[in-house]
Design a binder for this molecule. Structure first.
Ligand code: FE
Ligand code: FE
Ligand code: ZN
Length: 290
């Protein structure tokens, strides 16, 4: 079954119910949200009665809570321990984020592995492993999904081998997984147009059973650019047909696909993009009139 949605907002009042309503207005059957602003760590308490209402409404709309994804804020950086207070803060904040996920009842938390900012790749990877094992001490059932990164700056998690190193170091294998991102894979140097080869390679290095989410984005930049600038579906260097082939690849059936494509001015184009995906037909007018 096609499980498709986009990132949506999560505000302090409506919380999960507001996110769900947004997703429904896009014709989505899943969604992803940050528990507050992605760039900061101000978080409001999870309101359990709102959560219950949202879960009730999800059932009415055949949306499975297990397919809903939470994204950790980007300011968490587990790779650099030079500034000890920042490193410890990242660990502490991730622990709290896991608690919030447990309160809401979601299963998957997407995390950018981090940027080593000078300590080097090896040490950076070891810092991530140490932090994840620390975090998992108080993690009951949330699966942390390491996102494949574009390779901007000193980002880690830009090759399957780096992700494999992290996963190997994590003690609790049932609390770790991977979130593929089509824009990031392209920018990191992986060829999306040969997607089955890419999956073969991933399967050989890590194992496809570790993939639990895919971010669907076109890219503004050519393969290997290490930039990380998302583009609307069919408007970038990946192209519409290649993205459709990713989404409908049988090996990734039943895995949530999440759009993180840019807004067009102040308009969120997810309803139209989801329509394009469901119809497998490119809409050349998406950017007009907004
Ligand atoms: Fe991300
Ligand atoms: Fe992403
Ligand atoms: Zn990105």
């Amino acid at each position: 079954m096609l499980i498709i949605g986009s990132h949506v907002s999560f505000n302090s009042n409506d919380q999960l119910l507001g996110s769900l309503n947004q997703a429904l207005s896009y014709g989505a059957n899943t969604f992803m949200f940050y528990t507050g602003a992605p760039q900061n760590t101000n978080r409001s308490k999870i309101n359990s009665s709102v959560t219950e209402k949202a879960i009730e409404k999800m059932k009415e709309n055949n949306i499975d809570l297990e397919n809903i994804i939470v994204h950790a804020p980007y300011i968490i950086n587990l790779a650099n321990n030079k500034e000890e207070s920042k490193y410890n803060f990242s660990i502490r904040f991730l622990k709290e984020e896991i608690k919030r996920c447990e309160e809401i009842g979601v299963k998957y938390l997407v995390l950018h592995p981090g940027s080593h900012v000078g300590v080097g790749i090896e040490e950076g990877l070891q810092n991530i492993i140490f932090a994840l094992n620390e975090v998992n001490k108080s993690n009951n059932n949330i699966i942390i999904l390491l996102e494949t990164m574009a390779g901007k700056g000193t980002e880690l998690g830009i090759t399957f081998e780096q992700l494999k190193t992290i996963i190997d170091g994590v003690n609790d294998k049932d609390k770790i997984g991977v979130c593929l991102d089509t824009c990031h894979l392209n920018d990191a140097g992986y060829d999306i147009s040969k997607f089955d080869d890419l999956l073969d390679q991933f399967d050989k290095v890590i194992g496809l059973n570790y993939v639990h989410c895919i971010h669907i984005n076109d890219s503004k930049n050519p393969i290997g650019a290490h930039k990380d600038r998302h583009e609307n579906i069919g408007y970038g260097t990946l192209g519409f047909n290649n993205i459709i082939d990713v989404i409908y690849n049988k090996r990734l059936d039943d895995i949530p696909k999440i759009l993180e494509t840019p807004w067009i001015g102040d308009y969120a184009p997810y309803k139209e993009e989801i329509e394009m995906i469901r119809n497998k037909k490119f809409n050349p007018n998406l950017k007009e009139g907004h």
